[in-house]
Design a protein around this ligand. Sequence first.
Ligand SMILES: Nc1nc2c(ncn2[C@@H]2O[C@H](COP(=O)(O)OP(=O)(O)OP(=O)(O)O)[C@@H](O)[C@H]2O)c(=O)[nH]1
Ligand SMILES: [Zn+2]
Length: 215
Amino acid sequence: MPEQNLADYEIDSVHFSTPLKANAFEMDDETKISMISDHFTSILNILGLDLNDDSLKNTPDRIAKMYVKEIFSGLNPANKPVATLFENRYGYSEMLVEKNIAVFSNCEHHFVPITGKAHVAYISKGKVIGLSKLNRIVQYYSKRPQVQERLTIQIAREIKRVMGTDDVAVMIDASHHCVSSRGIQDAGSSTVTSSFSGKFRDAETRNEFLKYIGQ
Ligand SMILES: Nc1nc2c(ncn2[C@@H]2O[C@H](COP(=O)(O)OP(=O)(O)OP(=O)(O)O)[C@@H](O)[C@H]2O)c(=O)[nH]1
Ligand SMILES: [Zn+2]
């Protein structure tokens, strides 16, 4: 594992970290897929489904691949995006806002989707970041079993680390399918979380950010 990615987990070792077992990185992806597939075969059998049906027979394998390679790929630090930074030669000194970044995550309590939008902003301390890398950071931390509060903090911390500045804002507005499609079954509500650091703790800067994202 690249040293920098391992460090991400070591730094993350207090309350904002994804709870991971000590041996979380010992198993390779192929072994994980094979074991998850076996367990899903049992679950579908227990539910009484006929795995000889041609539509169902590959479902355990499909779910296992989807977990490891897609929706939970952010558990593997090897998939952490590497940020491309450029010198701020043009001396841009205002905030940069990347808004309406799609969030597709999954709730760690029920393993059903969290969908919504993230808005992030930073003020340069000399470097600028390739725009798509902000989207990639949001996507990487989304691809873990999550609670929205932790997702917000993890995204903010990573942007601060990469950009070498505390002047970072993150806001997420998302719907939790565990609230909309089951349980209380309230499809109309959404959850807003935010992280404001550095200059974004000042009302004027924060309000400028909120105005740009239409709040
Ligand atoms: N704070 C927080 N809570 C969340 C998040 N995602 C889901 N939850 C909540 O986690 C709680 C889990 O509570 P439990 O009482 O153990 O689960 P449950 O019996 O399925 O609860 P209900 O959803 O009310 O039916 C629920 O209230 C969820 O709405 C999140 O991102 N942040
Ligand atoms: Zn849930």
